[in-house]
Design a protein around this ligand. Structure first.
Ligand SMILES: C[S@@+](CC[C@H](N)C(=O)[O-])C[C@H]1O[C@@H](n2cnc3c(N)ncnc32)[C@H](O)[C@@H]1O
Length: 247
């Protein structure tokens, strides 16, 4: 299926818990300042920019499948592109040669990518022995209450996401050749303001893959109905956090 395009400007205007999730992933990388780091599913480049400051003598490879996200990333970075390689690629396919680094990270992306055993194999192939891999993504139980509200509002019951358990993730990492594997599941609800903010968040961050198949008016009605079905303006995020080292 064609990769999803994102409303990148609206995405960047929202109070994203992703900012916190990204900061945690970057902290766990324990960077020295000279590495070449790959950010898989870099989106609009918030973490790419942070990484550039943390590796003054290194490089960042920013990878995403969405043209709009990468356009916003270029606008964010402005002149700061000397140490950045921007790669448009589909993470469900073998990685292009530029997607190689001493460390690989990813935030809020892998639940969009089916078949994690294969994905982690591709990540392993892009790292040298001893290379660090730090990531976080939606795990089993992620946005279950939101999905129930969507269904009550008349939305589809099928889901575009792959929400893995911590045990499945740990096994897939070990099978792909990682050691020192640590996987945690963290419940991390995001509280929003009812009205415009909640509806923009639902439309932009959560339901892009559903709305692209609907006429705009029908999509807006579904977003409003889903928001109304939520008891509280809260998105019930459950995250998998992984840390691993390439053997
Ligand atoms: C929720 S956004 C997260 C972006 C960024 N990491 C952040 O924390 O703000 C998910 C990103 O994954 C990208 N993505 C999803 N599936 C992908 C795929 N198969 N190949 C490449 N990128 C993909 C999307 O284009 C989007 O930019």
């Amino acid at each position: 299926m064609e990769l999803l395009e994102w409303d990148a400007k609206t995405y960047d205007s929202l109070p994203l818990p992703h900012t916190r999730w990204g900061a945690g992933v970057i902290e766990r990388l324990g960077l020295r300042g000279t590495e070449r780091i790959v950010d898989l599913g870099c989106g609009t480049g918030r973490d790419t920019q942070l990484l550039l400051d943390l590796v003054p003598n290194g490089h960042v490879v920013a990878v995403d499948g969405s043209q709009q996200m990468l356009t916003q990333l270029r606008a964010r970075l402005g002149e700061q592109t000397e140490r950045v390689e921007i790669v448009r690629a589909d993470l469900t396919s073998p990685f292009p040669p530029a997607v190689r680094g001493e460390a690989i990270m990813s935030v809020a992306t892998f639940h969009w990518v089916p078949d994690h055993p294969r994905l982690f194999q591709r990540v392993a192939n892009a790292l040298p022995a001893g290379g660090r891999f730090e990531a976080e993504f939606g795990g089993a139980g992620n946005i279950a209450a939101f999905q129930a509200a969507l269904k009550r509002a008349g939305g589809p019951s099928s889901s575009p996401w792959d929400f893995a358990t911590a045990a499945e993730t740990a096994q897939a990492l070990t099978d792909a050749g990682f050691v020192d594997v640590e996987v945690r599941t963290v419940t991390d609800p995001a509280v929003l303001e009812r009205g415009e903010q909640l509806e923009a968040f639902i439309a932009t961050v959560l339901l892009g893959a559903v709305l692209r198949d609907l006429p705009p008016a029908q999509g807006r009605a579904l977003v409003q109905a889903t928001a109304a079905e939520l008891e509280e303006p809260v998105i019930d995020y459950v995250r998998v956090q992984l840390s691993a080292t390439r053997a």
